[in-house]
Design a protein around this ligand. Structure first.
Ligand code: ZN
Ligand code: ZN
Ligand code: FE
Length: 756
């Protein structure tokens, strides 16, 4: 029997070779009809024998092109028309309504890589080779529909050969919008001392300079990298000095897994992520006595490593270097630079040379970073390779613009059952970062045709994002919903796991503004997508000096000690009292006595800071989370012991008092216990009190689902321990794998709270 079916496919189906794929697939069957791009995705209208048509439909899902992703497939049976043959119909994309998903940037594919190295191919060593299955996407798109005129490739006119590939449905470059070759596409250039060098091969010259220990500003896919030879200690030291970055780890790039294996341990799961077409930076355990400069990531047992993702990277690294340092090209805490002119001006002080090209980056996008914890990926930063792919919910939301928090910020737009997270915007503390946020709003709003009726932001009155929310509220007459920081964290976790019912949320992080005006960060919340109840938290202790205490963990250590022991604390015969100046401690005492600039905090991050300093690992930091990270790096394995703690009830809330932890640490310090053992015992204690309090809350409420979120859950030792303890006690534990548990995931939670 002959039937006709109309099929609408939604997802990433445009600009990824989907129509040619359908065209080819149809040849295997005796079918007729058409296929077209519409503003919903791809639509097909096909006639044929029932069995053939059904097989064809199931084949679509099974044999999808590499970059395509189907989110929804709607199939309707209709009366026969009597089509003859099969053809691609002209697109009907109405721009006002509807939207399509846009592919993230994808690393060069195997076919293109082979052509890149093939001396007989016309694109031999052409650094901008790409095809329908790979290359730039999000970073070059200005607007939809995704056509060449609406990308930064619009200024390049295809040569006849490229044009014929582009038009040939049998070709791998059929409708590949960034299609180009050396005759018609973008070109490299190398600048030194503000002058363009002529008559050189820019790649060979760049390699030569890097081998001499020079620092290069290299234009990547989403912005500039500052690069140098990672094995050259002097070069790395100089980069640190010039970038004014004391200890924060630098990312590395190596040509292949074999090289990475020379300096890092690579487990199976980690390998899978390294070779993933999104090419994130993966945090790997360093091998002892490796050839990489110890200055790449001082005092850290991990290195952030990625494989090349553009043809240019491959050409630079092939047969060269064990690894290159590839750190974001920016000034101090400002956003990544993407513009040639801006790079030449702002990075001039750091870079010895510039490797540029003349295709513009429209949407700047940093590298993504993740770590494998408990055999799952945990994002530290979700950006290039993932943005603008949405988080897909199984429920619908109102249209919301969520502005996030402050640190490691992202914004989110919700539309229907999608939440679109922006790229990583960095710490929202400068005009440049705020401008990047505004840029990102304009770009995503346009790309996905979103018109938010609600703005969501943090409760913190001083965040630039909160202030900006108030500003646009007045301008555009929108409603503002303020979402408590830790509620946003937990809902972010719930949303990506598609949980709607009440959970016990454990939010452990550094800083979040509480409803009582105190600084929260060790929170147990009973919450759903709309509301929360704070049922437990770490006991409040003063944070002497506020922000100053965040950069100087010894202050928090002493805050605990002084609160517990009073003046006696200063007289302990421990290394801490010898390291920290007597007068400095006296000042802290005065601040605490008179309650000067000492806000109360229940922060878990600060608890880690205090332990790190007291144990003798880190008294002052130069990047966020450093003291805790180094404390984790110190943990000995196989330690079962822990310190004591106390949980008591105060009105409706449970309070965890870490007082006894510090009493025990002092005891260990006096006995000269190994720091590594102390670090492990401390972590074990935090895991144990988490389990203990979750148990009490379950007893009271009967709720068995736990959602974990907050930056502290980037700590592998702690997270693995907590998950294993909770699961052993029959809890159902949810963690974050799609968005970062740190503040980079806040905007998702805000959008869901405000939009549901
Ligand atoms: Zn390709
Ligand atoms: Zn060409
Ligand atoms: Fe947070």
């Amino acid at each position: 029997m002959e039937i006709r079916k109309n099929i609408i496919v939604q997802g990433i189906v445009q600009g990824v070779g989907f129509r040619p794929f359908i065209h080819k697939l149809v040849q295997n069957y005796n079918l007729s009809g058409w296929v077209l791009n519409s503003n919903q995705g791809v639509e097909m209208d096909i006639e044929g024998k029932t069995e053939e048509l059904n097989n064809f439909i199931s084949d679509i899902k099974k044999r999808l092109p590499p970059l395509a992703r189907i989110e929804k497939m709607e199939v309707n049976q209709l009366p026969l028309i009597g089509y003859k043959g099969f053809y691609i119909k002209k697109s009907i994309v109405k721009e006002e309504d509807g939207f399509v998903l846009v592919s993230p940037d994808i690393s060069i594919c195997k076919d293109c890589l082979q052509e890149l190295y093939d001396p007989h191919n016309r694109r031999f060593r052409y650094p901008f080779i790409n095809c329908t299955n790979c290359g730039p996407r999000f970073t070059i798109i200005k607007d939809i529909p995704y056509d060449r005129e609406k990308t930064t490739m619009s200024t390049f006119k295809m040569c006849p050969q490229c044009q014929s590939e582009y038009e040939n449905i049998e070709d791998r470059r059929y409708h590949a919008q960034p299609n180009a070759c050396a005759d018609c596409g973008p070109q490299l250039s190398l600048y030194q001392n503000k002058k363009k060098l002529e008559d050189i091969d820019p790649i060979e010259e760049a390699v030569k300079l890097l081998k001499k220990g020079k620092i290069g500003a290299i234009k990547g896919l989403g912005g500039f990298h500052l690069a140098c030879d990672a094995a050259n200690n002097k070069a790395v030291a100089r980069l640190r000095w010039l970038k004014n970055r004391e200890t924060k780890p630098f990312a590395l790039m190596s040509s292949d897994l074999e090289k990475i294996n020379q300096y890092c341990e690579v487990k199976k799961k980690e390998e899978e992520w390294l070779i993933n077409q999104s090419r994130p930076i993966v945090l790997l355990k360093k091998k002892k006595n490796n050839l990489i400069s110890p200055l790449a990531a001082p005092k850290n047992n991990c290195l952030g490593v990625m494989l090349p993702y553009t043809p240019l990277h491959y050409l630079l690294l092939k047969d060269n270097f064990i690894a290159l340092i590839m750190t974001s090209g920016n000034i101090a805490d400002q956003p990544i630079i993407g513009d040639n002119q801006e790079a030449l001006e702002k990075l001039d002080r750091i870079a010895d040379f510039f490797l540029l090209y003349n295709r513009d980056i429209f949407n700047r996008c940093d590298d993504s970073v993740l770590k494998i914890i408990n055999s799952d990926n945990v994002f530290f930063r979700r950006s290039r390779g993932y943005v603008p792919h949405p988080i897909i919910l199984d429920f619908k939301l109102k249209e919301v613009l969520a502005l996030g928090g402050e640190l490691k910020n992202t914004i989110s737009f919700s539309k229907e059952n999608y939440v679109f997270l922006s790229q990583y915007l960095g710490d929202l503390k400068s005009v440049e970062a705020l401008n990047f946020l505004k840029e990102s709003i304009v770009s995503l709003k346009k790309m996905f045709r979103i018109n938010p009726e609600i703005i969501a932001c943090d409760l913190h009155p001083d965040y630039l994002s909160t202030q900006y929310a108030e500003e646009i509220k007045v301008e555009k007459g929108l409603k503002v919903v303020k979402v408590q920081h830790h509620h946003a964290h937990i809902v972010s976790c719930m949303a990506e796991n598609n949980i709607k019912e009440k959970v016990i949320g454990v939010a452990y992080d550094g800083t979040g503004y509480g409803e009582d005006g105190n600084i929260w960060g060790g929170e147990f919340l009973l919450c759903d997508l709309k509301e929360y109840l704070r049922v437990g938290h770490l006991k409040y202790y003063p944070l002497p000096g506020g922000d100053k205490a965040i950069s100087e963990p010894w202050r928090m250590a002493y805050s605990y000690l002084y609160s517990i022991y009073g003046l006696k604390a200063k007289t302990f015969d421990i290394d801490f009292s010898r390291r920290i100046d007597y007068d400095k401690l006296s000042i802290i005492e005065k601040m605490l006595d008179k309650n000067i600039n000492s806000p109360l905090t229940s922060s878990c991050g600060r608890l880690f800071d205090a332990a790190s300093s007291l144990i003798g690992i880190r008294d002052e930091i130069s990047y966020e989370g450093q003291a805790a990270m180094e404390l984790e790096s110190f943990c000995a394995s196989g330690i079962k012991e822990r310190y004591k703690f106390r949980i008591y009830q105060e009105e409706e809330e449970f309070i965890i008092d870490p007082q006894e932890i510090f009493i025990d640490i002092i005891k260990d310090l006096k006995e000269g216990i190994d720091k590594k053992v102390m670090a492990a015992k401390f972590h074990n204690t935090v895991a144990e009190f988490t389990l203990n309090l979750c148990g009490k809350i379950r007893e009271n409420t009967g709720i068995n689902k736990i959602a974990l979120s907050g930056g502290v859950f980037q700590n592998r030792y702690l997270t693995e321990k907590i998950i294993s303890l909770l699961e052993k006690d029959d809890f159902q534990v949810y963690t974050q794998r799609k968005v970062p548990p740190n503040d980079g995931g806040i905007s998702l939670g805000q959008a869901v709270v405000a939009g549901s």
